[in-house]
Design a protein around this ligand. Sequence first.
Ligand code: AMP
Ligand code: MG
Length: 422
Amino acid sequence: MTEAIPAAPSCADDHDPMSLTVQDALARILANVAPVCSPEPVPVAATLGRILAADIVSTMNVPAHTNSAMDGYALSGSDIPARGTGELEVIGTAFAGRPYLSTVARGQCVRIMTGAPLPPGTDTVVMQERVGQRGDRIIRIDGNLKAGDNVRQAGEDIREGQTVLAAGRRLMPADIGLIASLGIAEVAVHRPLRVAIFSTGDELRPVDERLGPGDVHDSNRYTLRGMLQRLGAQIKDVGIVRDTPEHTRAAFQAAAAGQDAIISSGGVSVGEADFVKQVLSELGHAEFWKVAMKPGRPLTFGRVRGAVFFGLPGNPVSVMVTFYQFVQPALRRMMGETQGGELRLRATSASRLKKRPGRVEFQRGVLGQDEGGALVVRKTGMQGSGILTSMSHANCFIILPQDCAGVEIGDPVEVQPFAGLI
Ligand code: AMP
Ligand code: MG
């Protein structure tokens, strides 16, 4: 008589009624994290990538003065001839930073450079290429000009009192320039988030040690560090942690001190020496989820003292996928960021993609354009959760929905460009 093999859920199964969907897991995480509110003043030049802690409200008009958009001649619109041509006397010159301050009478004009304030009595600029010259002091214009042409009005970019940038924004180069243009030297931004990381596994060796039988170099702390640096987090590296309750406990204690978040990799899958779960339950609050996704099914979420804890799976691609889908949105919220959703696009698949229904898959792709400019995506070779080159060669995730049963060449697919993930 042959014994039946038990049908317990395993990592190879694609449908598991006990699993959380990706959206549910994310929603639970986001409901359990809040902004770490403690603004600090920072000189505007050092604010790239920081999160604004208060609205930027303009105390002035930009531009501050009505000024010329061209090199030419400033005149009164009432001097534009209705027909034929008219002559104007040139009575002076206005430079950017050296205005012409006297009033310009009818029949007169002022030579003006780009950015120079319009002299009193003028409201229009004629381009220098569009005038005829008679000697040094007289120009001739035609009626091919409207009052107000070639002039930048005071406040046309920003009005005094206007909210220019809202709190919660991650500052981009243009924002920094904008803040500087308002004469603001110091900006209130949220303090950097403090995040501790560690890797679990008896097989892990540091990069500068030789591998023994069965060993692997610890790469997860490097990918985590990279992703966290991009976010602007302050990183505390707790190192490699051996698979024993004592080492795991010591790691959590070191990691929790003074940190906002802790991220570990490895040691959360079923059947493993599961010390992450055990120690987390003992020291804090812990939830263990199976998420209907591939890669990255097992996920641990909890809290140790004041720190939020994310226990990511050990496989190198799973670490990156779960970081981008769950940890990054949570950390961005904790950092006080409120804007900037992630970018998802539709593209045509240039590859056949194997998939079974049951889980959302985050395959790795290279997004590009065909000759006509339309978006096309192809997969990056082998898609195993240990194949880190599949991430390195990719520039996007190809997101295949739970019930998708495979993709043929030419089918539309949804992609999430890495560029949109920060
Ligand atoms: P685990 O989730 O601990 O069972 O690990 C799953 C797989 O990921 C195993 O093959 C581990 O050797 C590998 N792995 C775990 N942690 C790391 C790490 N920090 N760097 C590279 N590979 C790892
Ligand atoms: Mg392990």
